[in-house]
Design a protein around this ligand. Structure first.
Ligand SMILES: [Zn+2]
Length: 439
């Protein structure tokens, strides 16, 4: 895999990701139902993913696949027959997974079911009630303040029935059966950074990698949060055992700095590859240790699996004011930020896919690089050039035990330079690759 894009290609990809987000933004998604199906069908225009259905009631470890939720309409009307809350204006207005309701009530009774954000009086919050039968509406605090005393008619035209949980999966075979996993949640309704930015990025990477020769096999999951990863792991334990490296992808469309949350293992190759890629990217970033709170890395890193899966985001969930509100909208995610995130992800995958161990085939003293045209012709200069330094490090540490990433870290040089120097030395028959199975 040698998949790095030019700045122009990245900019085009950023715009395209933003268009994809805009396309699926209006759909009312949830952890089950037609919203996620419709979203996956749209993604299929770019990636030939398989759509899987796991029936309601299926036991997945300690969890049970819930009833399928669908919604056609929802509103609240005042006594003048005016819709004062309308699902058709924004699907965030309905508490996700609300049970059906159709009746009249006083403002006091209605208030028990209304959710606002008093600190952000113009924003509509996003609320869910997946595992407890409930109903409710979300609205701006300013809109609530305008509601007069009186009788209100409430309608939630939803269904909660036996059906299934839907997820999308795309598998790209490489030379090895060992896998790299990229997973994103696709269960939030009209929210852009938390959810759709990850969906667009994973779809774009899947598309790009489908055109190149890959060392690893790659698996891309578009799943509902929590229950989706639990269902996938419960039904795919054999595949899970092949995952060598993975990332949970979310919140990568805002303009904040990058945050990498390490895997539970803490110093797995994925953790080192991400930190290395960020270090040489010129981007601002922060690295955090694993904690059992967050996205689906919680499931992939549960002790029974303990997979090397971290999470690379920009501003982490819950740490931007727009999180889980109507302000996480199309203006909050920028094509340029999406493009920058794509660049980092591709650098990480390039490190993983090219990382290998080599043997120095001329280990007794240094080979004569000058006669092979690999060393500057004139002696006496104080410093070796960076490429020459990279070759010397690769020759010195290629004892079959040190990977190119080990060497890059120890030499404090970018992986790309170490990789290029290793390729040059291998072309000169000075290095031999250790087969992956022998590592
Ligand atoms: Zn969320």
């Amino acid at each position: 895999m040698d998949q790095l894009l030019t700045p122009t290609e990245l900019a085009v990809a950023g715009e395209r990701m933003h268009r994809l987000i805009a396309d699926v933004y209006p759909i009312c998604r949830s952890i089950t139902g037609d919203g996620i199906r419709q979203t996956l069908r749209r993604l299929r225009e770019q990636v030939p993913l398989e759509i899987h259905e796991v029936p309601t009631g299926t036991q997945v470890f300690d969890w049970t696949v819930p009833m399928e939720w669908n919604i056609r309409d929802a509103w609240v009307k005042n006594s003048a027959d005016e819709k004062v809350i309308d699902f058709r204006r924004s699907n965030l207005h309905v508490v996700n997974y609300s049970v059906p309701v159709r009746r009249k009530m006083s403002l006091a009774e209605l208030r028990e079911h209304l959710h606002t954000l008093p600190d952000r009086p113009d924003w509509v919050p996003y609320r869910t009630s997946y595992y407890q039968e409930n109903w409710g509406f979300c609205l701006a605090a300013n809109e609530l303040a305008r509601l007069q005393e009186g009788e209100y008619e409430v309608c939630i035209d939803s269904t909660l029935e036996h059906g299934s949980l839907t997820y999308g999966e795309y598998y790209l075979p490489g030379r090895r059966t060992d896998e790299v996993l990229l997973s994103c949640h696709a269960c939030h309704p009209s929210l852009c950074n938390d959810n759709l930015s990850g969906v667009a990025l994973v779809a774009t990477i899947a598309e790009l990698l489908s055109n190149v020769t890959l060392e690893y096999s790659y698996r891309f999951l578009f799943i509902p949060g929590t229950i989706g990863s639990i269902a996938w792991l419960a039904q795919n334990e054999l595949q899970a055992s092949r995952i060598r490296h993975g990332l949970v992808v979310a919140c990568i469309g805002d303009s904040g700095k990058f945050h990498y949350k390490r895997s539970r293992r803490g110093n797995a190759e994925i953790d080192r590859a991400v930190v290395h890629a960020l270090k040489y990217s010129g981007e601002e970033f922060e690295v955090r240790d694993f904690s059992p709170y967050g996205y689906d890395e919680r499931q992939f890193c549960s002790p029974g699996f303990n997979l090397a899966v971290g999470s690379l985001t920009r501003t982490p969930h819950g740490q931007f004011p727009e999180y889980h509100t109507s302000a996480d909208n199309l203006d909050f995610v920028a094509p340029q930020a999406l493009a920058g995130s794509l660049a980092i992800y591709l650098s990480v995958l390039r490190i993983l896919d090219n990382n290998a161990c080599f043997h120095n085939l001329n280990p007794k003293c240094e080979p004569q690089l000058g006669t092979r045209g690999l060393y500057r012709a004139l002696g006496g200069m104080a410093d070796a050039g960076q490429f020459e330094m990279a070759m010397l490090w690769v020759l010195n540490l290629s004892d079959g035990d040190h990977s190119l990433l080990d060497i890059a870290e120890r030499a404090d040089l970018p992986f790309n330079l170490i990789l290029r120097s290793a390729q040059t030395l291998a072309d000169q028959q000075l290095l031999g690759r250790v087969s992956p199975t022998a590592i």
